[in-house]
Design a binder for this molecule. Structure first.
Ligand code: MN
Length: 227
């Protein structure tokens, strides 16, 4: 038995549709990747994407409730396609990117929008706006062996049964292969890494008691209630 000074944390896992658990290593996120959402946030949609991260233990699975986080009064939803990496690598060529993908899921990049706005204004990091506890609800992973590589389905989010966000995966400024290629120039990707690939237009605030239901055609769903 190793000489740990306290019990090490449990491995964070995401259930795989059809059986098994995907062990999470790191959570990467794309900053902006749908033109209409870039415009609603006041940015030029031609800007290249950029990356930020969340800790692995921000992931919440199984449709569990998430708490309304402290230090915000503008807590926003962002429905996103999640790419689950099954094979690592650096400097991945676009034509080889699909071979590194284990599967796909629907996820929510929950955001303290007020802290993000302050961080942007003051040139500070986004960590406390994006990488807080329970900030990444994610649905079950659909393996590529079952669904292939869906690239043109609808991506939607309803809050309390009312549609808030709607887009198409085909509207991504940088497609999944391009995202993997770009990210793998900055870090060596590893099995267990997941990538949240940006959100379509329609982001907005939620309050305690709200039920969030995200869906990506051909991939799956993600559900979270704000506790
Ligand atoms: Mn996002």
């Amino acid at each position: 038995m190793a000489d740990f000074v306290f019990s090490p944390p449990a491995v964070v896992t995401i259930p795989v549709a059809g059986g098994g658990l995907f062990p999470v290593r790191r959570v990467f996120c794309v900053g902006r990747n749908y033109a209409e959402h870039a415009r609603e946030m006041g940015n030029d949609e031609r800007d290249p994407p950029f990356f930020f991260t969340k800790p692995a233990d921000a992931v919440v699975t199984g449709g569990k409730d998430i708490p309304y986080p402290p230090q915000t009064s503008d807590f926003h939803h962002e429905i996103e396609l999640v790419v689950a990496i099954g094979k690592g690598g650096a400097n991945i060529a676009p034509e080889n990117a699909q071979g590194h993908i284990f599967g796909y899921a629907a996820g929510l990049d929950m955001t303290r929008r007020d802290l993000q706005a302050l961080a942007k204004k003051s040139g500070r990091p986004w960590d406390m706006a994006k990488g807080f506890d329970s900030s990444a609800p994610i649905g079950d992973i659909a393996p590529v062996s079952s669904i292939g590589h869906p690239a043109d389905g609808a991506i939607t989010l309803d809050v309390n049964g009312v549609n808030r966000q709607r887009g198409m995966l085909s509207e991504m400024t940088w497609d999944v292969n391009s995202v993997l290629t770009d990210l793998s120039r900055y870090v060596t990707l590893a099995p267990g890494d997941i990538i949240m690939t940006g959100t379509p237009a329609g982001v907005g605030a939620v309050v305690r008691g709200d039920l969030l239901e995200g869906r990506i055609e051909g991939i799956g769903t993600v559900t979270a209630r704000i506790g």
